[in-house]
Design a protein around this ligand. Structure first.
Ligand SMILES: Cc1cc2nc3c(=O)[nH]c(=O)nc-3n(C[C@H](O)[C@H](O)[C@H](O)COP(=O)(O)OP(=O)(O)OC[C@H]3O[C@@H](n4cnc5c(N)ncnc54)[C@H](O)[C@@H]3O)c2cc1C
Length: 311
């Protein structure tokens, strides 16, 4: 299989989920192609060898539908790439679906295991908002895999990167009817999908003015901040912090839930976190059943003490 990995950078630094995707790809074929929408410097391209990139496709276009048709798909066809790997992020969900449709490659979301390539492609993926795992068999010699975070540890390699240009098929018949795509820059120092630790709070905090202690705790822990749906619906926090069935699905190493009851719709977005810590003043709160560690107490008491202890 010839493998292409879509990478994401944060200020010229390769994201951990992309490093994991490259390690995954190297397990399939050592000759790994990579591409990114970010314009990165030559130094950074050369440094990608240590993360497992063999061939970097220099990209002068953004991933709008026209460019996908004129450049990305012809390049995939030219290099006979038949396995495309994405780390799971919001920005890639559109791209993975469009490539699957246009190339007629089966798309498997939420991949949760290393794939075995026998007569069929066999792997596991999480389903029902992460509550169950399905054994998937794909009867095809091509696939698009969208990987859950942390299913593999990133490894280091000693490769020199070969640079190739994208094919540009300037064919006017490939125009389409997308009128515009708008990208918004998200606020916050650490984006939720990248955060190893997430401090999340719910309606138990009573009002937006009380988030200062959550932000302070997050800063000390180098964590991202999240919230429950009613909190973002009420405008206490921005919508991109909302986690759950109808929000972001995250898998940090540590998820700290403060004043969140643990409704099933909230759990759907966070139950694949490695360690869950719950702080709630109601010992009957459903979240405690899913917690690795629990503190029964008033958040306004516990969080300042927690911050003092960490200091
Ligand atoms: C179709 C659908 C989709 C949904 N999708 C989502 C989703 O994606 N994400 C999501 O979060 N919700 C979602 N919901 C809403 C969900 O059902 C819950 O209503 C919501 O998660 C509750 O938010 P909460 O825990 O912040 O608030 P509450 O349920 O009001 O819980 C507040 C908690 O704070 C505790 N508390 C109160 N005061 C303190 C204090 N001083 N110190 C410590 N603890 C305190 C309380 O004991 C309580 O457990 C969805 C609902 C539906 C119907």
């Amino acid at each position: 299989m010839s493998v292409l990995v879509f990478l994401e950078f944060n200020n010229n630094e390769l994201k951990e989920t992309s490093k994991q995707a490259l390690t995954y790809a190297n397990g399939i074929n050592k000759n790994v192609y990579a591409i990114s929408e970010s314009k990165i410097s030559n130094d950074v391209v050369e440094s990608l060898g240590k993360f497992g990139v063999s061939i970097y496709l220099i990209n002068a276009v953004d991933f709008k539908e026209n460019n996908i048709l004129k450049c990305i798909i012809p390049t995939i066809e030219e290099f006979k790439i038949n396995c495309i790997i994405f780390p799971k992020t919001n920005s890639f969900s559109y791209l993975s679906s469009i490539l699957s449709t246009k190339l007629n490659f089966p798309l498997i979301n939420n991949v949760n295991s290393v794939a075995r390539f026998e007569n069929k492609i066999c792997l596991k993926s999480t389903i029902f908002s992460g509550k169950a795992e399905a054994d998937i068999e794909i009867d095809s010699n091509s696939c698009i895999l969208v990987l859950n975070k942390n299913i593999i540890n990133s490894a280091s390699y000693k490769k020199s990167v070969i640079i190739k240009n994208l094919i540009n098929k300037n064919d006017n018949s490939l125009s389409n009817n997308v009128v515009s795509l708008k990208k918004e820059k998200l606020e916050g120092d650490i984006l939720l999908n990248d955060a190893d630790i997430v401090v999340s709070a719910g309606r138990g905090l009573k009002g937006p003015e009380n988030w200062k202690m959550i932000e302070k705790l997050a800063k000390i822990l180098n964590a991202g901040t999240a919230c429950s749906k009613p909190v973002s619906d009420a405008g206490w926090r921005p919508h991109h912090e909302h986690v759950g069935q109808t929000g972001l699905k995250i898998s940090p190493n540590i998820y700290i839930a403060v004043g969140i009851s643990g409704a099933i719709q909230h759990l759907a977005g966070v139950n694949s976190s490695k360690i869950i810590v719950v702080i709630n003043n109601d010992s009957e709160a459903p979240f405690f059943k899913h917690a690795d560690y629990g503190i029964i107490g008033d958040a306004f008491d516990v969080i300042p003490k927690f911050i003092d202890a960490l200091k």
